[in-house]
Design a protein around this ligand. Sequence first.
Ligand SMILES: C=C1C[C@]23C[C@@]1(O)CC[C@H]2[C@@]12CC[C@H](O)[C@@](C)(C(=O)O1)[C@H]2[C@@H]3C(=O)O
Ligand code: AKG
Ligand code: FE2
Length: 358
Amino acid sequence: MVVLSKPIFDLNFSPIKPCKPTSNVDAALTMIPVVDLSSHDAKSKLLKACEEFGFFKVINHGVPVESITSLESKAVNFFSLAQTQKDEAGPPNPFGYGNKSIGLNGDVGWVEYLLLKTDPLFLSQRCRAFYGEDPLGFSNAVNDYAEAVKELGCEVLELLAEGAEMKQRNALSRLLMDDESDTVLRLNHYPSRPDVQVSTIGGGNNVLGFGEHTDPQIISILRSNSVSGLEISLKDGSWVAVPSDPTSFFILVGDSLQVMSNGRFRSVKHRVMTNGLRPRLSMIYFVGPSLQEKIGPMKELMKEGEESMYKEFTWNEYKTAAYKTRLGDNRLGPFQKKSCITNNNSSRADNVTLVSYN
Ligand SMILES: C=C1C[C@]23C[C@@]1(O)CC[C@H]2[C@@]12CC[C@H](O)[C@@](C)(C(=O)O1)[C@H]2[C@@H]3C(=O)O
Ligand SMILES: O=C(O)CCC(=O)C(=O)O
Ligand SMILES: [Fe+2]
């Protein structure tokens, strides 16, 4: 059994902030649901995983390995450029290159990243400008990857709708297939920290790469290289280290899907630790609806007579509010109905913690 110790922040660039003590098991390998998209029970497994963990791994995902390796190698090349060159692609306002600073409200992590939109206009204009050596190759790689992952996202959302016995198979996937859907692609590079003592067999060193948070969108589709570091929080508040698997994708339920399911699906809290020995590279595709889309509990995902826990909002309203918060803030708090806030004996509110790092 591996006990995860408390993460440390890097004193060179960050004040020490309180972080929940961590404890957990290495049963992660057997604990984290694996959904084989080609199997007949995919939809029921996926549904259960969204309810229990808000997190699962997908295999037989159909994303061509070339799309993955091509974007990965372009990302590796970008992050190995000189700092001055990378800085030319920043700051992320909100798109572009960022280094250590996450968002606009004082969060920091041992990470550098590229935040990109995936629509043709962005790809042909700004995205190309981010990438000096082979701009066309880069935007093509982003486009290929985004198209393939979009198909995967659509499949996942359709299986989820089927599993939940929604009338329309596209009840959820239509949000992603909407031409105006607000999808974002994020490439994260967590440089290794050979200067920090390695504390576990895998090289984990407890330096926080990306602080704990939930993703505001519907789902996030994550692929990383073979370097672990991602940890997820379970319903009981404990943390589990997720073993890396570059051949698979991980799906994370975001705040919007939690709201749409009235808390039935968990928006999973997660964070990333750096590795003392090897750099981690992750590529995450965030599935956001169109800005004017109304998000609220969907009757079809609720039980008969179930009380709605959230006020309805547009994705634009939520996104605007979310981007004013710190990473670890409870972003859904202001959108919860007052009558439901004190109802803390429901497992559906388990993940709505009121932890703030301020
Ligand atoms: C601190 C922040 C970074 C973030 C915007 C925010 O104010 C709160 C949400 C953060 C998050 C988490 C998931 C994605 O990585 C992200 C792009 C998003 O949509 O919400 C980031 C935002 C960011 O890095 O700008
Ligand atoms: O790098 C990872 O594995 C996760 C990063 C993440 O949570 C994010 O970019 O929102
Ligand atoms: Fe995230």
